[in-house]
Design a protein around this ligand. Structure first.
Ligand code: TXA
Ligand code: MG
Length: 322
C-alpha cells in the first residue's frame, strides 16, 4: 500500500508544515522545474540515510543540495570561482547544479565521501517557498535526488512519484504536488572546481549558454575523479526495452517527433512538436509504455544541439542492456 501523505493545492501553511516535517527527520517529496526530488534535511544523517533506503541507491552516490538562494553557497562550499558566481547569477533559480569543493558543513553522508558538494536553486515556487520556510527553522538545504528507484526513470508528476516510491515511504513523509515538471529532464551538472566549467551531465542549461555567461570555453578533458551516478551506463530506464532510431513494429511503443508517422500497429506514446516538448513529455511517455505493459519502446531521437543533446544522453542510457 502507498504511504506518505499526498498534498495538493499547497498553501503557505502546508509549506511551514513540510519544513517542520523535514526538521523532524521526515522525507518530503518536492516538485522542481526539472523532475520531482525526494528531499531530506541535508544536515540530518538519519533522514538522509532513509533517502538511500527508499531509492535503493548505493551509499557512495552523492546527493544534490537544494538551497534557497546563492547566498547559501558559502555555508556548504569553499573556493567559489568568479565563473561559478557568474553561472549562479545567470541561471539560478534554474535547471543547473554546480559542483564545488565542500565546506565542513557538507558531511560525508551527503557527498558520498567526496570532497565536493553539488548545489542547486530550483525554479519552482513551491520548492523555493519550502526552502525559505526551512531557512527560518535552521534547515540550510534539502538534499534531494530524483524521486525514483535507483536506475529508473525520474518522475515528472506527483502521481508518478507515488507509484514509483509511495510503497517505501512512511506515514510522516509528505508528497507535495506542484503540477507537471516544466523542463522534464534533470539539471545540467557543472563541475566548478577547475579553472574552467566542465559539464558532467547535460541538461537545459547548454554549453553555449555556459560559455556565453562565463566568457570561458567549457573544459573538455575527461580525467575527472568526480562520480556522477546519472552517468552510469544503464540509467533513466523504463521496464520496457528501449531501441533507438528504428521504426516500431506492430505492438511496440513508439516515441518520435510529431512529423514522423506512426508505423502500422505501433502504439504512439508521444509526438512532441519541438525539443522543449520532447524533454517535457519523454519520461511520462516512458512510464505510460510501462503502464501498458509494453515490452519494447522504439524511439526516434531529436536532432540538433542544446537540449536535444541532453535528451539523447538520457535515451542512450535508457537503451543500454541490463
Ligand atoms: O534536476 C535535478 O538535478 C534533480 C532535481 C530533483 O533537482 N535531481 C537529480 O538528482 O537528478 P540525482 O541524485 O538523481 O542525480 C544527481 C546527480 C547524481 O548523478 C550525482 O552523482 C551527482 O548529481 N552529484 C551530486 N553531487 C555531486 C558531487 N559532489 N560531485 C559529483 N556529482 C555529484
Ligand atoms: Mg536520478
Amino acid at each position: 500500500m502507498s504511504q506518505g501523505q499526498f498534498l495538493s493545492n499547497c498553501a503557505a501553511d502546508t509549506l511551514s508544515q513540510a519544513a517542520l516535517a523535514l526538521k523532524n527527520g521526515a522525507l518530503v517529496v518536492l516538485p522542481t522545474e526539472t523532475v520531482y526530488g525526494l528531499g531530506a534535511d541535508a544536515s540530518n544523517e538519519k533522514a538522509v540515510a532513509r533517502i538511500y533506503e527508499v531509492k535503493g541507491r548505493p551509499q557512495d552516490h552523492p546527493l544534490i543540495l537544494h538551497i534557497a538562494s546563492m547566498n547559501d553557497i558559502t555555508y556548504w562550499a569553499e573556493e567559489i570561482s568568479d565563473y561559478a558566481i557568474a553561472l549562479a547569477r545567470s541561471f539560478w533559480p534554474g535547471p543547473m547544479t554546480l559542483i564545488f569543493n565542500r565546506s565542513e558543513n557538507a558531511k560525508d553522508f551527503v557527498t558520498g565521501g567526496q570532497n565536493t558538494v553539488g548545489l542547486r536553486v530550483p525554479d519552482h515556487s513551491l520548492a523555493l517557498g519550502l526552502l525559505q520556510e526551512c531557512k527560518k527553522i535552521g534547515v540550510h538545504a534539502i538534499a534531494a535526488p530524483s524521486a525514483n528507484r535507483f536506475g529508473h526513470v525520474s518522475p515528472t508528476t506527483a502521481i508518478a512519484v507515488q507509484e514509483e516510491i509511495g510503497a517505501y515511504l512512511s506515514e510522516q513523509d509528505l508528497i507535495l504536488d506542484g503540477g507537471p515538471a516544466q523542463v522534464g529532464l534533470e539539471s545540467t551538472i557543472i563541475d566548478c572546481t577547475g579553472g574552467a566549467p566542465k559539464i558532467l551531465r547535460p541538461g537545459a542549461i547548454t554549453q553555449a549558454m555556459i560559455e556565453e555567461a562565463t566568457g570561458l570555453k567549457v573544459s573538455e578533458n575527461n580525467d575527472s575523479q568526480i562520480r556522477v551516478s546519472g552517468s552510469l551506463e544503464k540509467h533513466y530506464a523504463p521496464n520496457a526495452t528501449v531501441i533507438l532510431d528504428v521504426p516500431a513494429i506492430a505492438g511496440q511503443g513508439f516515441i518520435a517527433p510529431a512529423d514522423v508517422v506512426t508505423p502500422p500497429g505501433a502504439i504512439r506514446l508521444a509526438s512532441p512538436a519541438n525539443t522543449d516538448e520532447y524533454a517535457r513529455t519523454l519520461y511520462s511517455a516512458l512510464r505510460d509504455g510501462d503502464a501498458q505493459g509494453l515490452e519494447t519502446i522504439a524511439i526516434i531521437q531529436p536532432s540538433g544541439d542544446g537540449l536535444a543533446i541532453a535528451i539523447r544522453d538520457r535515451l542512450m542510457r535508457a537503451s543500454k542492456g541490463r
